[in-house]
Design a protein around this ligand. Sequence first.
Ligand code: IPE
Ligand code: IPE
Ligand code: MG
Length: 260
Amino acid sequence: MEALDNSVLLEAPTGFMPRHIAIILDGNGRWAEQRGLIRAEGHIRGALTVQEIVEESVRLGVERLTLYCFSSENWKRPQDEINALMELLKRYMIEQRPKLIENQIRLRVIGRRERIPRDTLLEMEKTIEATSNNKGLALVLAVNYGSRAEIVDAVRKIAGELSDEESKNKAFEKAGVSSIDELVTERFFESYLYDPDAPDPDLFIRTGGEKRLSNYLLWQLSYAELWFDDALWPDFTKEKLWEAIRWFQTRRRRFGGLDK
Ligand code: IPE
Ligand code: IPE
Ligand code: MG
């Protein structure tokens, strides 16, 4: 039998790249449990995969990488796992800071700041500040993030800004419009989300085999291409990222229209 030619699978994709990749990095806990380790060990290994995928995204010229690190529902987990995750996040912020600066990576964090331990928050803010002028990859970490909470927060901000006649008129004037219907467009609404400058993700990846969105970027993923990989996150590699991108490059995105 002829040997299969796998060489093409081992090469980085060329050609057009997704501008924005959004990932649900799932499967750390199972990776650890399969080895008789505590779940926190899986998260530690998962952080190494984050480093590899961030570096590869820089090499490939991806503009923005949004990673789901901790959901607003993950507070339901045992306290020791939550503590380990927050500690890991803090360590990532300290240890990766020089590398992020060196690679021109700009860090952002989306999600509610409340409930995140002070020391983790402090190191996060330091890294955001230290990388704020970088011009390369935008690395966006979703921490205490929930998409429904993000939408509710946007609605609250908008409602606050339109709560009295004076501020309403100011908003109308600024936008050059004369009614709420003219003012509140999809574009306007998006400008109140946590990462308002972000283009919508082009490619969504979830590892760990589950095929669900788990309250991630519900508004923003409306037209993303969805890729699910059975690999547990610590086993996800740059070659697996290449595979997802290569598949993405074969998609015809119609956005409701017809192929040209
Ligand atoms: C994803 O891995 C990381 C976080 C949610 C923080 P999990 O911890 O969900 O791993 P599984 O799904 O239990 O294997
Ligand atoms: C989604 O994974 C959240 C993160 C990866 C941070 P979960 O493991 O929390 O999702 P469910 O509970 O399986 O839907
Ligand atoms: Mg999970």
